[in-house]
Design a protein around this ligand. Structure first.
Ligand code: PLP
Length: 329
């Protein structure tokens, strides 16, 4: 049997202690978000509450991990500046957190990235480097700037301080809802769920942690099934923030997810659309696809094994209005 105690993690891995340190480090850079009851998704005997990461600056929880990784730079690293290759929520979070800390940020992207995304990152004060025709090309450029330009790379999920930053969500959930028995967490590269599972299981190993990913790119689920990080074919999804692999050289999130996460499921495009529509229609929350998937197990009985005191992390709200209105129509 796999040892499920958090202490089983190896040296270099984030710990509960690093999650508490992150909580201190990022105060003032992020919002301590409310955990609001959801009357529409609750009933007698089922207490459902939403962790509103949709109200974070830049509209997603990623500010927590980015701010913590930047706060933990040495003075010398901070002088060199940081780099990442994300045009999405991670890129925005790194740009904002770096500018707040007075650290130079470079964000690499390909020529295919639309102009509005490029200017959104520039407006946050980051330097944009455009290179190649794919996300892989942009990542290679970020790696080159790390090796040759001596910038410090802030990866989107597979980094101990990023994981510890995301784990602060669990500390807040436990503070606000000590009776919680299940946490529903959107899952892609696994930085979010690793941090949450690490912190929640340290408090009480019986709290169930369930990861919800997209069928279009179930990289973590497939890797766990295979017993090692694998690359899988990837398709576009309404939950664009859940795209991308976990990295064949994954160091932290594969191991942490495998150890501490009780169950992972993959959901369809139709289920994602229904979840977004239900969150808006029933309670007025605007979530991007990735932000909404946590409620799917509540809408589809039997999809996952859950308790009755449930926290759902609504992770992000960054979706263009045309797409959102089309889904809600
Ligand atoms: C990044 C992201 C996720 C997934 O987080 P991982 O740490 O990659 O598993 C989920 N939702 C939103 C909105 C995100 O930006």
């Amino acid at each position: 049997m796999i040892d499920k105690t958090p202490q089983a993690a190896a040296v270099g891995f984030p710990t509960l202690r690093s999650v508490y340190a992150a909580q201190k480090a990022i105060r003032g850079l992020m919002v301590r978000t409310p955990l609001v009851p959801s009357p529409a998704f609750s009933r007698i005997g089922l207490d459902v509450r939403f962790k509103l990461e949709i109200i974070q600056p830049m509209g997603a929880f990623k500010i927590r991990g980015a701010a913590n990784a930047i706060a933990k730079l040495t003075a010398e690293e901070a002088r060199r500046g940081v780099v990442c290759a994300s045009t999405g929520n991670h890129g925005r979070a790194v740009s904002l957190a770096a500018s707040a800390a007075g650290v130079a940020a470079t964000v690499c992207m390909s020529h295919l990235v639309p102009a509005n995304k490029v200017s959104a990152i520039r407006d946050l004060g980051a330097t944009v480097v455009i290179s190649g025709m794919s996300q892989d090309d942009a990542q290679r450029e970020a790696d080159r700037l790390t090796d040759e330009g001596e910038l410090v790379q802030i990866p989107p999920f597979d980094h101990p301080e990023v994981i510890a930053g995301q784990g602060t969500i669990a500390l807040e959930i436990l503070e606000d809802f000590p009776e919680v028995d299940t946490i529903l967490v959107p899952l892609s590269g696994g930085g979010l769920i690793s941090g949450i599972a690490l912190a929640a299981k340290s408090a009480d190993p019986s709290i169930r942690i369930i990861g919800i990913g997209t069928e279009k790119c179930p990289a973590m689920r497939a890797s766990i099934a295979a017993g090692l990080p694998i690359k899988i074919a990837e398709d576009e999804s309404l939950a664009d923030s859940l795209g991308g692999g976990i990295g064949l050289d994954n160091r932290f999130t594969f191991e942490l997810t495998r150890r501490f996460v009780d169950e992972t499921i993959s959901v369809s495009e139709l289920q994602i659309a229904h979840a977004m529509r239900a969150l808006f229609a029933r309670e007025g929350w605007v979530c991007e696809g990735a932000g909404a998937v946590g409620v799917i197990p509540l809408m589809e009985p039997g999809l996952a094994t859950m308790g009755s005191r449930i926290a759902v992390v609504l992770t992000g709200r960054n979706i263009d209005m045309d797409t959102f209105m089309r889904i809600c129509a």
